[in-house]
Design a protein around this ligand. Structure first.
Ligand code: FAD
Length: 387
């Protein structure tokens, strides 16, 4: 069946990136449709931690984008209201149990001072253990940061979609697309769709559509507990992250006794505990060995965790790129086809800013220099240079 629908832009992928683009583009007056093979936040955006972090970003373009997005998140919560009740700022705590972790905290503190990021070290040291109740004996040092944010990927995705007024189509899988002089034609599992412009925000699904792009899966294990009942649970003021998480991000091999742990107290009273970083993996594969390592490290850092009941263990899959930067911009050989993928572990925090900037590309207003640096052109140039 051919539906021959006509839109200013169609977005494929209703994760947080596609949803944010839809909201921003609709605000600019574009008629938008958004399609998804499964449904909103069906992939990484529904299986992730919710850190809107600047402190854990690489200095340079990524830290600069994270900083701009953090401040823009606050605008979207307070002024535009779309993220009201979804985005929050709150203190976060990093802790070290062994020397290598303490050194990672030293490097982080030095980096924050050098870069002048909007994140403050409020307290640092052994005595600061008292700022987080219930820490285990093995925790040697705690660093308290203020100025960072938090939002759950699926809540932000839902908020952007609900407020966008965009036409949602799911389940509707994109099988192929072609750019013509009259616009873009999409071949989907429910028929043909047409638009002037098209954005591919399909996360790992992009590998089937553009197999030459250097994209790879990097999965992570997540654990959800029951809600805390009674008053024997230490009231965590914010997420508690092991410095091993920082080491893991820089691909340092961790000893078996150490795991990347983020213990995140949710508004529901549950804990979201994450998340590792394995090469490969799919959403259908849970790595119980890694989940067990995360829980053992978690209990060593916060012994009361042993009294909570785990109700779900699941895996999320980050879409990583060969050079570690997301891919955002118009495809060199396909006018009017834009790409927004490869956000690896940064997509929740960057989505508000990326949505705004891609919407600017769709209307022809253009984007900020740091986003232009993420253009897919960089792979074409590499190809030409190596020929
Ligand atoms: C364990 C884990 C922890 C994380 N923690 C953080 C964190 O603390 N902070 C942070 O900023 N980021 C974090 N991330 C990263 C973040 O979740 C991702 O970068 C972000 O969700 C990517 O969003 P996306 O919209 O690009 O992709 P996705 O959420 O993967 O969405 C892609 C969508 O495209 C759809 N799709 C795919 N193929 C097709 C097709 N052919 N046709 C139609 N639809 C299709 C899928 O169904 C899916 O809904 C984490 C990720 C993981 C896995």
């Amino acid at each position: 069946m051919s539906r021959n629908l006509q839109y200013d832009a169609i977005i494929a992928g209703a994760g947080i990136i596609g949803a944010s683009i839809a909201w921003h583009a609709a605000r600019k007056g574009l008629k938008i449709a958004i399609i998804d093979a499964s449904g909103p936040a069906a992939a990484a955006s529904g299986a992730s931690d919710g850190a809107v972090s600047v402190a854990t970003k690489r200095p340079g373009v990524m830290a600069s984008l994270a900083r701009a997005s953090l401040s823009y998140c606050a605008d979207l919560a307070e002024q535009a209201q779309v993220l009201n009740g979804v985005f929050h700022t709150r203190p976060s705590y990093l802790f070290a149990r062994i020397d290598a972790e303490a050194e990672a905290l030293d490097r982080l503190t030095a980096m924050l001072t050098d870069q002048g990021l909007p994140v403050d070290v409020m307290r640092d040291g052994v005595a600061e253990k008292s700022s987080v109740p219930g820490l285990g004996e093995s925790v040697a040092r705690v660093l308290e940061l203020s100025g960072e944010g938090h939002m759950l990927g699926y809540e932000a995705t839902r908020a952007f979609l609900e407020e966008s007024g965009a036409e949602g189509h799911w389940p509707c899988r994109l099988d192929a697309f072609e750019a013509t002089k009259d616009g873009v034609i999409l071949h989907t599992s429910t028929g043909e769709m047409r638009a002037d412009r098209f954005v591919l925000a399909t996360g790992m699904g992009t590998t089937n559509l553009l197999p030459d792009l250097p994209l790879m899966a990097r999965s992570g294990q997540l654990i959800i507990t029951d809600r805390a009942v009674g008053n024997d649970w230490p009231d965590l003021p914010g997420p508690l992250t092991s410095a091993a998480y920082l080491l893991d991000k820089t691909a340092q091999a961790l000893p078996e006794t150490l795991a990347p742990v983020v213990i995140d107290p949710l508004a529901t009273g549950q804990l979201l505990i994450g998340s590792s970083r394995e090469g490969g993996g799919t959403e259908e594969q849970t790595d119980f060995h890694m989940a067990r390592r995360i829980l053992i490290s978690g209990v060593a850092s916060l012994p009361a965790l042993a009294r909570r009941r785990v109700i779900r263990v699941f895996a999320g899959v980050r879409t990583a790129t060969g050079d570690g930067f997301p891919i955002v911009g118009e495809l060199p050989d396909m006018p009017n086809v834009f790409l927004a993928t490869g956000f690896e572990g940064d997509g929740i925090g960057l989505a508000p800013l990326i949505g705004r900037e891609v919407a600017g590309m769709l209307t022809g207003e253009g984007a900020m220099a740091e986003v232009n640096a993420l253009s897919p052109m960089r792979f074409t140039r590499q190809k030409v240079a190596s020929q």
